[in-house]
Structures are given as structure tokens and as C-alpha cells.
Design a protein around this ligand. Structure first.
Ligand code: ADP
Ligand code: NI
Length: 221
């Protein structure tokens, strides 16, 4: 029966997010599910069915992908109501999804080990080569520049500023992506993050060398 619920959730997410171009498409969701199950298999803690279902549904109520936060909540709620799940499981899923968003860096205590694992899985997909690709996809879609030297990296920001303020995709690496590794909850995710963090740092280093024209000099020396 759980397998049927997973299949239904896959179907629902494909329909809702399939071709999103802000980095939240079906393939993002599928990677988060795979990362989450990988972490579960290493850590052997939490309920794998809850982890998988929450991972599949984690972007459904996202405010950015819906007309409003309330509409997003409704969408998740009505899908959960259609499933043959008990109230405890439904509430667990909702609590996980509600708690894991980054929202400018506020670090609320997460409600469960399942939430910690799904949050780690989602964060891993925002760093590494995929994370780099997603940042520029998101930035382009939002009409944000790749980089502008006059736009400062914001050190502290409210949730509203994080969403609405003017920034660049390169600044986003400093405002969020480079901070994610130290915010991970599980040892397994921290290991998985190592090579991802490295490639982001290498990428930024070369980006600025090319931007400043020092890359060519280095290549000749
Ligand atoms: P969260 O909901 O956890 O804050 P998002 O859903 O906003 O994360 O992020 C989805 C993807 O888009 C991530 O890979 C993230 O790095 C990227 N992204 C989010 N905001 C920006 C931004 N201002 N500039 C570039 N990329 C961004
Ligand atoms: Ni996500």
C-alpha cells in the first residue's frame, strides 16, 4: 500500500512541477528523494516511508511556486487528504515540509529526524555542480544578473529581503550556498557535501579570475 502512495505522489509531483524552470522541476524532486533515501540507508534512523513521501512533496506548497502561501498549503493538504494515510502520518509530512525551508537562514529546531534528513537532501541539491546550475537557472528566470560588482553581498537579511531584495546569482553563493555545508544535520550529508563544496569554491575562484582578467595571465605564466 505504501508503494501505491509513493506512486501517486510521484504522479502528482510530475503534474504539478514537471517543467518548472526555476530549479524545482521533477528531476530536482527525484534527486532529493534519492539523496534522502541514501542518507537514511547510511544513518539507519527515521521512518523511510515518511522520509520518501516528504521528499517527494517538499516543494509542493512552496510560496514561490504557488499564487500564495495559503494556496500552496491547500494544494498539499488536499493531496494528503486524498491518500489512505492516518492523521499522525499526514501531520508528520506537513511538519517536515513546513520546517525545512531556508527562509533567509533562520535555524528553527527541526521537529524530527525525518525532517533533518529531508532538509539535508534538499540542501545537497543546492550545492555542487547541480547547485551552480540551479542558481543561474533561478537567477535568469527571475531576471537577476549573473554578477554586478556594485551590488553588495547581504550579510544579514529578513525573510522578505531574502526573497525580494536585489541581488545577483553570484552573490547568492555567498548569501546562501556556501553556508549550507555547515548547516547540515547528518554526518552522511556532511560527507556528501565535501566534493560539492569544493567544486563551488573552485568555480567561484575561476569565475573571479576570468572576471578580473587574471585568468589569462595565470595561464601564460
Ligand atoms: P529555499 O526555498 O530553501 O530558500 P529555494 O527554493 O529558494 O530555496 O531555492 C531553489 C534553488 O534556487 C536553489 O538551488 C537556490 O540556490 C536557488 N536560488 C534561490 N534563490 C536564489 C537567488 N536569489 N539567486 C540565485 N539562485 C537562487
Ligand atoms: Ni527543493
Amino acid at each position: 500500500m505504501n508503494i501505491d502512495i509513493i506512486k501517486q505522489a510521484e504522479e502528482f509531483v510530475r503534474t504539478e512541477l514537471g517543467e518548472d524552470a526555476t530549479g524545482h522541476d521533477w528531476f530536482h524532486v527525484d534527486r532529493v528523494r534519492q539523496n534522502a533515501l541514501f542518507i537514511y540507508n547510511k544513518e539507519r534512523t527515521g521512518n523511510p516511508f515518511i522520509i520518501e513521501l516528504a521528499a517527494l512533496l517538499h516543494d509542493i506548497p512552496d510560496e514561490k511556486l504557488n499564487e500564495s502561501a495559503a494556496k500552496g498549503e491547500e494544494k498539499l493538504e488536499s493531496f494528503l487528504q486524498s491518500l489512505p494515510l492516518d492523521t499522525v502520518a499526514k501531520n508528520a509530512i506537513k511538519d517536515i515540509i513546513d520546517s525545512i525551508s531556508f527562509k533567509g537562514g533562520q535555524t528553527d529546531e527541526l521537529p524530527s529526524i525525518e525532517a533533518k534528513i529531508v532538509q539535508d537532501a534538499d540542501r545537497l541539491d543546492a550545492i555542487g555542480a547541480i547547485g551552480i546550475a540551479r542558481a543561474f537557472a533561478y537567477g535568469g528566470k527571475k531576471g537577476q544578473q549573473i554578477y554586478h560588482p556594485a551590488i553588495q553581498v547581504r550579510e544579514v537579511m529578513t525573510r522578505e529581503e531574502y526573497r525580494k531584495g536585489k541581488s545577483t546569482s553570484i552573490n547568492h553563493f555567498y548569501e546562501k550556498l556556501l553556508k549550507l555545508t555547515s548547516l547540515l544535520n547528518t554526518e552522511t550529508a556532511r560527507k556528501m557535501a565535501e566534493s560539492r563544496q569544493k567544486i563551488v569554491i573552485t568555480f567561484l575562484d575561476q569565475f573571479f579570475q576570468e572576471w578580473n582578467g587574471t585568468h589569462n595571465e595565470n595561464a601564460h605564466s
